[in-house]
Write a protein that binds this ligand. Structure first.
Ligand SMILES: Cc1ncc(COP(=O)(O)O)c(C=O)c1O
Length: 447
């Protein structure tokens, strides 16, 4: 049986890789490990010292340039001058908590909420996606009076105590608590003839709900990353999620859409990935690209749910929604609109997938190419056995680094490249990537 992988540990540097490194690098790694201890994780067999970044490119201490296909945090591009300026101007004027009035926050909140369908009309500001999901769980449990949560098998939703309990791909030894159920990722490749993704996924959710009810926990919410990123990236067929959500609601539960990964226009056709599925969630959680690197995040919900939450508990966040985050968030939204980054994601994503499909026709080890906009995956399986090829995926990732491309992996077995460049990615960048991947495949396929 192929071994399942933890999403946070994929492509990590191991001490045993040190022998091949020069003394200077070993010294830097040692200093990191001495201070940050066992929790410190570095990417790559040969970690990189980064010094600067701009647009889709990152630069290391040796002057090497890398195309960033990995990082969906700098959504509008690394160090976007407009965002940097908004941040520094506001930081030089006022930065304090939300217990004072400052119009930049109202402007930002109204602009952000205008991207959501009714009745999602309230926002709670936080600093991380984990905090946002933590609050979403609290709201769902308070409103429904139930404890049970349903997530996908390789979900990752963050790092607080409550959120780790619903993040199976982040757990090492611990098992999930009895009030959490997992369902398989909505993978069209695993269907038997005649089966549909929507039905299979909804049936799994229904069984999970029945089981939670049978054990007296009830189902408070279905919580999914709407692009199923850590599960391996599953976007199609558009609309498949709505059946499962309807079942959860029929059973009295809520639907929490985790948009931390795919939000802010990345999937091309819509601002939010849940819109691909023609549904309106009860709660939406945001993070990563919201501040283009500035730590800011949020929860969007219906006023009635927030009223209920606020009757039970006070909410205060020292940094969430501060003037600098509002100025930064507003600049990010303006850049997405003015530089037409959403339509760029759609156009370049389409082009990129076409090139990847061409490669898949040449290399049988590429078993699937899938995604939406600029959130895509290339999956590797052994051509004969169809087993997930984690080893080849790791080789490709490390060889791509040598070709000047940064990329990560996803999926239960870590056998898919996870492709999410900044949204200012161009057709030229796509050609560059496809050319480099073709070179790497020709070398790896020979071995
Ligand atoms: C889908 C998803 N939700 C939530 C989080 C947590 O966000 P943060 O690291 O900002 O706490 C992550 C982080 O990787 C994520 O991928």
């Amino acid at each position: 049986m192929t071994e399942k992988k933890q999403i946070l540990g994929l492509n990590r540097f191991e001490k045993s890789d040190s022998a091949a490194l020069d003394d200077g690098l070993v010294n830097q790694i040692t200093r990191r490990q001495n201070t940050q201890g066992a929790s410190s994780v570095l990417f790559y067999q040969q970690p990189i010292e980064m010094v600067s970044a701009r647009g889709v490119w990152m630069y290391d201490a040796a002057g090497n340039r890398y195309l960033d296909m990995y990082n969906n945090v700098p959504g509008v591009g690394h160090c976007h001058p407009r965002v940097v300026e908004a941040m520094s101007v506001q930081a030089g004027m006022l930065n304090t908590n939300t217990r004072y009035l400052f119009p930049v926050l109202e402007r930002y909140s109204e602009t952000l909420l205008a991207t959501f369908p009714a009745p999602l009309a309230n926002v709670v500001f936080t600093c991380t996606g984990s905090e946002s999901n933590d609050i979403a769980l609290r709201i769902a449990r308070m409103v429904t009076g139930r404890q049970g949560i349903i997530v996908t098998e390789s979900a990752y939703h963050g790092n607080t105590t409550a959120v780790m309990e619903v993040s199976p791909s982040g757990l090492k030894r611990q098992s999930l608590p009895p009030y959490v159920r997992t369902v398989p990722a909505p993978d069209a490749n695993t269907l038997r003839p005649g089966q549909q993704v929507a039905e299979v996924f909804a049936d799994a959710v229904q069984s999970a709900m029945d089981s939670l009810n049978a054990e007296g926990f009830g189902c408070a919410a279905l919580l999914v990353d709407t692009i199923f990123s850590s599960d391996g990236v599953y976007a199609d067929p558009a609309g498949f999620l709505s059946l499962a959500v309807a079942r959860v609601r029929a059973g009295g539960g809520l639907f929490i859409a985790d948009e931390v990964q795919p939000g802010f226009g990345r999937t091309g056709t819509h601002y939010w990935c849940f819109q691909r599925h023609e549904l309106v969630p009860d709660i939406v959680t945001l993070g990563k690209p919201m501040g283009n690197g500035f730590p800011m995040a949020g929860v969007i919900t219906r006023p009635a749910l927030l009223d209920r939450f606020s009757q039970e508990t006070e909410y205060f966040n020292t940094f969430g929604g501060n003037p600098v985050s509002a100025a930064v968030g507003l600049a990010v939204l303006q850049v997405i609109r003015e530089e037409e980054l959403m339509s760029n994601a759609e156009r370049c994503g389409h082009y990129l997938r076409a090139g990847l499909h061409n490669l898949a026709n040449q290399y049988p080890a590429i078993s699937d190419v899938r995604g939406a906009g600029l959130f895509n995956a290339v999956e590797f399986r052994q051509p004969d056995s169809k087993k997930p090829d984690t080893k080849l995926t790791q080789q490709v990732i490390n060889e791509l680094k040598g070709e000047g491309i940064l990329i990560g992996a996803a999926g239960a077995y870590g056998n898919s490249l996870k492709i999410r460049p900044p949204l200012c990615f161009s057709i030229d960048n796509a050609d560059f990537f496809i050319d480099k991947l073709a070179r790497v495949m020709s070398r790896c396929a020979r071995r």
